[in-house]
Design a protein around this ligand. Structure first.
Ligand code: FES
Ligand code: FES
Length: 162
């Protein structure tokens, strides 16, 4: 067994897991953080996306031991008790998700992008979502929502879409 200590959503968590345990399994099975989804389990779909030290990673491809001592952000850490994160709010306002299975991964990929590039082009947004497969939406509303969230995060006035 390997002891793994991770700062997850601002809280230090420790677990003892078999060394082959993935970060996704650590989050879901040891920490009961089930927002990151198990889709393909081979790095193709992005449903398992979380941020590690601010970078979007496929948690199904990363070993838990590789996250030892690092900062991990999951979708559970994005909103506060009484307020959605601006990206989540924009997705809600734009109806940018349908079944929602891809949502946690898409939103965290968007966060990694906006943290790095506060005023991204639509091509940069498309590139940031290239590893996140969505079977429902066609992406158009997601891209609009991310542009909307970017304006909100830059402190610019934004109107709720009609
Ligand atoms: Fe990790 Fe699909 S479950 S990329
Ligand atoms: Fe269903 Fe994206 S909303 S997979």
């Amino acid at each position: 067994m390997a002891n793994v200590t991770v700062n997850v959503n601002g809280e230090t968590r420790t677990a003892s897991v078999p060394p082959e345990t993935t970060l996704l399994a650590l989050l879901r099975d040891s920490f009961n953080l089930t927002g990151a989804k198990l889709g393909c389990d081979v790095g193709d779909c992005g449903a398992c996306t979380v941020l590690v030290d601010g970078a979007a990673v496929n948690a199904c491809l990363m070993l838990a031991v590789q996250a030892d001592g690092r900062d991990v952000l999951t979708i559970e850490g994005l909103a506060t008790m009484d307020r959605l994160h601006p990206i989540q709010k924009a997705f809600e306002d734009h109806g940018a998700l349908q079944c929602g299975f891809c949502g946690p991964g898409v939103i965290l990929s968007a966060k990694a992008l906006l943290d790095e590039s506060p005023d991204p082009t639509s091509q940069q947004i498309r590139d940031a979502l290239a590893g996140n497969l969505c079977r429902c939406t066609g992406y158009t509303k997601m891209i609009a929502a991310i542009q909307f969230a970017a304006r909100a995060l830059r402190g610019e006035p934004v109107d709720k879409p009609a």
